[in-house]
Design a binder for this molecule. Structure first.
Ligand SMILES: *Cc1c(COP(=O)(O)O)cnc(C)c1O
Length: 391
């Protein structure tokens, strides 16, 4: 794959992606990111080792209306740390939606607890509060809600549900930076929210993640756990417990700050790419694109097409057909309970019946190219390949 060099000057549009293949995801990096990262490489040492982390964490916390933010190596580590800081462990259960990346659920196993899979809501593709409620037992300690592909779950219902049962609500906003629910930003819901800055995400630091919260006690506990059990500010290298080491580098934080300053531009571009697809596929009744319900603002991390049952198309036939046209796609997430990774899980045999919407939707969906350097012509090329398959 060949990619044009980024231009030296700041530009309102990304440099065109010159390859014949259309990749599914990828960032938009400008001179601002290059400058901040170079500055960090020069000056983020000695007494300045943490200045870029502090700037990035402050800017990001402000964007998502949170008091505290902690930059981390990944979203996976952010979820692990959140569960550990909440004291969730062996014997506990944590409810997660069936349709999400496995990173939402895997950290539940890291802390020795059990993930419990619930269904999604067909209207917004996110966790169904009704289905989650049916999975609550005396062992349930938390619900992890996922803002799938930039869509938002019914946060009002989830807040009411978790408060009524006195369990934690964790928002996995890895895919939704810039989205909003009732005008509140993704990342502002529940006891804590987490984001991913992986290279495929809308805002990237290459690899990275962040934990945001308004809960000072939770934040302080996470700060100890992420630094080998040292209390924040400890200068005696005195470890109170065996814990973890989770921190991003100053160069990554510098890139994160530049991307945060450009967040509106990044989200505007994602929405523009979605609007090109929506216009072009408007007459195509057999394809449903990402939902954007009333009171919701979708940042459309990944444009996703669900094929009508009547077409009998599935991701395993659609993906090779598009691949042959030079178009990279991804399958909609598989129901977690259907994966070999969970073949010994208690719900392996019951989940298809318990979570019918997830099992119905997943095989019929694919993620279309939504990388940040796409042109309208690229979108037309994808749609030209897609439309004959939608009959
Ligand atoms: C990308 C993603 C993650 C994991 O992010 P990493 O930074 O790769 O650990 C977690 N949850 C969801 C929903 C994701 O899409």
């Amino acid at each position: 794959m060949t990619i044009n060099d980024a231009p030296r000057e700041e530009s309102a549009s990304p440099p065109r992606h010159s390859s014949d293949r259309i990749p599914v995801a990828g960032p938009w990096i400008t001179e601002l990111e290059e400058r901040y990262v170079a500055e960090a490489a020069r000056n983020a040492w000695y007494s300045n080792a943490n200045i870029w982390h502090e700037r990035f964490e402050r800017a990001f916390a402000e964007r998502v209306n949170r008091r505290f933010a902690m930059a981390l190596p990944s979203c996976t580590s952010a979820i692990h740390l959140t569960l550990a800081a909440l004291g969730i462990g062996p014997g506990d259960e944590v409810i997660v939606p069936e349709l999400t990346w496995i990173a939402t659920a895997a950290p539940v196993t890291y802390v020795g607890a059990t993930p419990v899979f619930c269904d999604i809501d067909s209207a917004n593709w996110c966790i169904s509060p009704q289905s989650a409620e049916q999975r609550i037992t005396p062992r349930t300690r938390a619900i992890i809600a996922v803002d799938l592909y930039g869509s938002m779950p019914d946060m009002d219902a989830l807040r009411e549900l978790t408060e009524r049962h006195n369990i934690a609500l964790i928002e996995d906003a890895a895919e939704a930076v810039g989205s909003r629910f009732r005008n509140q930003p993704a990342g502002s819901f529940g006891d804590a929210s987490v984001f991913s800055f992986h290279g495929s995400k809308t805002l990237t630091t290459g690899e990275g993640g962040i934990l945001v919260t308004n809960d000072e006690a939770l934040f302080t506990r996470a700060a100890t756990l992420r630094d080998h059990g040292r209390k924040p500010g400890d200068t005696m290298f005195f470890n109170h417990e065996v814990a973890f080491k989770y921190k991003m580098s100053a160069m990554q934080a510098a890139m994160g700050l530049a991307q945060t300053e450009r967040l509106n531009e990044l989200v505007t571009r994602k929405r523009e790419i979605f609007s090109w697809y929506r216009e072009r596929l408007a007459g195509c009744d057999a394809i449903t694109l990402n939902p954007e319900l009333q009171h919701t603002f979708n940042s459309y991390w990944m444009v996703t097409a669900i094929f009508d049952r009547a077409t009998q198309r599935t991701s395993s036939t659609l993906m090779p057909a598009l691949d042959a046209c030079g178009i990279d796609t991804r399958p909609f997430f598989h129901p977690l309970s259907s994966l070999p990774a969970y073949s010994a899980h208690p719900q392996t045999h019951s989940a298809r019946r318990e979570n019918p919407i997830a099992y119905d939707l997943a095989p019929r969906g694919i993620n279309l190219p939504t990388h940040l350097r796409m042109t309208e012509d690229d979108v037309h090329r994808v749609c030209n390949a897609l439309q004959p398959l939608a009959t």
